[in-house]
Design a protein around this ligand. Sequence first.
Ligand code: CP
Length: 315
Amino acid sequence: MRQDHLITATQLSRDDIEAVLDRARAVADDPAAYADRHAGRVLALCFFEPSTRTRMSFDSAAKRLGMNTIDMGDVDSSSVSKGESLSDTVRVIEGYADALVLRHPSEGAATLAGERVDVPVVNAGDGAGQHPSQTLLDLHTIREDHGLDDLTIGIMGDLKYGRTVHSLAAALTEFDANQHFISPESLRLPRSVRFDLHETGAQIREHEELDPIIDELDVLYVTRIQKERFPDENEYHRVAGEYRIDAETLDAAADDLTVMHPLPRVDEIAPDVDDTDHARYFEQAHNGIPVRMALLDTLLENANPDGDEGTEVDR
Ligand code: CP
């Protein structure tokens, strides 16, 4: 992968994805070989929205590469609360770090950050836009179970606001996956995402019910209804709880169906699924470590082709 930043899954070719996932496998097999790889370098964590997995797994991944991390902290305790622009904020933080991970409620925020700074930027979620590092760990999880070729996947829940869905669907076009999208009419994929998928020649079908197709699936990717993105809370309550699976739902599924979820879940996967052989969502979250180590390693390698040392202290 020869990229400066990771902003959107659409920038990733099949070769890019396989290179990062191969490196993630190597990291998982021999983490000690990567332990001091980026000693002296600093990763900045800039989260303008809540996060558990993405923030902590990037923090952990960086430290396992020998890096230090600095965290902007809550928006309320940073100078963003004084009205500082995103552009100024990232231009300042670029001077403190060798790479920057950004989560922001506005679509396009990471694109803007990537245009403003020279250090690698990873989009850790921009509103209802994209979440490409999540996609890499999703693909790693799928690849471990099924490989990435001849895949039939069902993606269910909030397809309108779910940024993990938008990124995953785009990346899966690189592997010619059969993609089934299951949602209420009001939470269908945005027109622009559907258009982009069709433009690639992707094989996609949309459904309102899971039952008729569950037996065809290799993977069922369940998502949370993104309450925080609904302009009208009544509309959220109209659809909340409609797309819930439990162990009985999976009786009709193939024995090797993999059930995934980017987490956090609310009630869309019942706890009794956790005890089935289908559940893979906790391993999926744990895969954030080797995959984000591999991603940081790749981006820092691209940014420092001569193996330069980390952050300059005198600039
Ligand atoms: N999957 C994911 O992005 O989780 P967090 O919101 O906890 O980072």
